[in-house]
Design a protein around this ligand. Structure first.
Ligand code: GLN
Length: 608
């Protein structure tokens, strides 16, 4: 196993995650199996209890792990499936060590940061790096470890020390360190300044780690002379200095990196045995995607009606999923964040300007997304947005709380159930159309939700646009994160009035997907499809929203779910997007039979 440690210098938030994922993308394009680990040096066990205002959205994995949003970058860039243990926090490591101490595993010794915590980190990294992260079950060959925060932070020290020891444990040809640093360009002088980078490299060296690569982040491209200066002062060759300036899209980053010879560098430094030179069409998929993104002319305007809109990272995966779908449909995404509470009647009196501006924004958009959320604030605004989309035939996609808001709105205005509500918002409501689920465990907020990948079965004979978008499969699997659900005792009435629950869990009791009859696209899901969206395989419900918003959904369906030639991507069609991940029972049996035949043949001809 080869390890690439990615550390940060000067300040955080300069795109260390994107840089680390881009390393992975390049290596993956060289045919290497890559996995990744993100280390967050905070004491929380996981990201589950964070407010989105703390660190951005909580990202959910297949196994139900609630993790840092950077793991989303790795999954999307590398198209892999990570596990909860791929996110290490100080809390997790201490919990692990303390429970060992309680069991008496340390045989009466004093348990200390060095060597016990540092050993635990190294063992954890070694164990997790060999877990398969792709469907073929292959053991990864390279593990990218991103250390959160910046070098010098008190919280990060035990991890830095762990890797100082680790480099000797795994040997030089199996470990390298990339240091991502900011190179500012103050307006007063207009020059790129290398001093902060020099200082942080000195600090890193002082802690016993030498950077093999210095990745300089800057707003504008950095010239050769500055590169040479960094090489001189930081004691590395110029080939070890990589400059990444702000690009038109994150898809350009791997290409920019590769143009500076990164695959050759890793090949040599980690003895990866990649064939050199790289083929002519190397990374073509990424440059096509980046070109395509840069050449989008027509625009689709989507309103996101949320409650954490002041920090765009709170909706990172939703925004990415919309972006993937918009690119596939050949449109530039113009995403407008609308604060849900600004749409509420109370705001009309307290802050009429905000109220009118919010409504103006909403009215000007082509489609609406009502994303997930927790708690009371803003829910009435989300309900208002659903009401408006339903009445004006505006395409709408509701996610999780968005589905619940649509059900509440429909119950109040069509079923005329006065003050219908969710028990999360109003525990005393006379019409609890959304209720907490039986397995809900009150009093304990961490880890009590219905989490992770679960199966949703399409109802037999259901007339459903989602079923078509998902490629006419019998069931799908998507990731969940919720405590409440539609009250089954209201389902019959809701359906009779036109709100159809076309996808349910296997017991048939949990309403997973909803569509409104007679509306061009009024769709909602209890799960979060955004977590499985990929740049080249957009999530079907999101693609549906974008196509409906640009008025292309029906032609897309009538063409057999193919995008028009201009929209058509070189990688293939979009019919049954995510198809590889979603198979019905018959397909699974056929695939297993095929595998068995191959194996039998291989054994027979002696190749196995
Ligand atoms: N608060 C709602 C629930 O717990 C919705 C959760 C969400 O949107 N992720 O069910």
């Amino acid at each position: 196993m080869k390890y690439i440690l990615v550390t940060g210098g000067v300040i955080s938030g300069v795109g260390k995650g994107v840089i680390a994922s881009s390393f992975g993308t390049i290596l993956k394009s060289c045919g290497i199996h890559v996995t990744s680990i993100k280390i967050d040096p905070y004491i929380n066990i996981d990201a589950g209890t964070f407010s989105p205002y703390e660190h951005g959205e909580v990202y959910v994995l297949d196994d139900g792990g609630e993790v840092d949003l950077d793991l989303g970058n790795y999954e999307r860039f590398l198209d892999i499936t990570l596990h909860r243990d791929n996110n290490i926090t100080t809390g997790k490591i201490y919990q692990h060590v303390i429970s060992k101490e309680r069991r008496g595993d340390y045989l009466g010794k004093t348990v200390q940061v060095v060597p016990h915590i540092t050993d635990a980190v190294q063992e954890w990294v070694e164990k997790v790096s060999s877990e398969p992260v792709s469907e073929d079950g292959r053991t990864p060959e390279v593990c990218i470890v991103e250390l959160g925060g910046t070098i010098g932070d008190i919280e990060g020290m035990p991890f830095v020390e762990a890797f100082r020891q680790f480099q000797f444990r795994v040997k030089r040809e199996n470990f390298c360190c990339a240091h991502v640093s900011l190179v500012p360009q103050p307006r007063s002088t207009g020059e790129h300044k290398t001093k902060p980078t020099q200082a942080s490299v000195r600090e890193l060296r002082g802690l016993g780690l030498s950077p093999d690569l210095i990745v300089c982040r800057s707003e504008k491209p950095i010239g050769q002379s500055v590169k040479e200066k960094i090489s001189n002062f930081c004691h590395v060759s110029t080939e070890q200095v990589i400059c990444i300036h702000d690009c038109s899209s994150i898809y350009r980053v791997p290409i920019l990196m590769e143009s500076q010879g990164i695959s050759e560098f890793f090949n040599e430094r980690l003895q990866l045995k990649i064939e050199m030179p790289r083929p002519r069409r190397f990374m073509q998929k990424w440059s096509d995607l980046a070109d395509r993104y840069d050449n989008l002319r027509k625009e689709v305007k989507i309103a996101l009606v949320g409650k954490y809109t002041k920090l765009e990272d709170s909706y990172a995966s939703v925004a990415k999923a919309l972006q993937h779908a918009a690119i596939a449909a050949g449109h530039k995404l113009n995403l407008k964040y609308i604060e849900a509470s600004d749409l509420e009647k109370d705001t009309k009196l307290s802050d009429p300007v905000a109220y009118h501006e919010a409504w103006q924004q909403l009215c000007k958009c082509d489609g609406v997304i009502v994303p997930g959320g927790f708690g009371k604030r803003g829910i009435e605004g989300k309900i208002e947005a659903c009401d408006w989309c339903r009445k004006t035939m505006k395409p709408m996609l509701g996610i999780c709380l968005g589905l619940q808001a649509a059900v509440i709105e429909f119950s109040r205005h069509i079923l005329e159930l006065e003050n219908a509500n969710s028990t999360e918002i109003d525990p005393e409501t006379k019409h609890p159309v959304v209720v907490d689920m039986p397995e809900h465990n009150p009093g304990n907020m961490g880890g009590t939700m219905r989490l992770g990948k679960r199966r949703t079965v399409f109802q037999p004979n259901a007339k459903s646009v989602l079923k078509i978008l998902y490629g006419k499969v019998d069931y799908i699997q998507e990731r969940h994160r919720h405590r409440y659900e539609v009250n089954p005792s209201y389902v019959e009435k809701l359906e009779a009035a036109g709100l159809k629950f076309i996808g349910r869990d296997e017991s048939g009791e949990r309403m997973e997907m909803m569509e409104l009859e007679g509306h061009p696209y009024y769709v909602a899901t209890q799960f979060h499809p955004e977590y499985l969206s990929r740049p080249l395989t957009p999530s079907p419900p999101y693609l549906g929203l974008i196509l409906a918003s640009i008025g292309k959904l029906s032609s897309f369906i009538s063409r057999g779910c193919r995008l028009s030639p201009r929209q058509y991507h070189s990688d293939g069609d979009y019919s049954g997007v995510n198809r590889s991940k979603i198979m019905n029972e018959d397909d699974l049996v056929t695939a297993a039979k095929e595998k068995l035949t191959c194996l039998t043949q291989a054994v027979a001809n002696g190749s196995l």
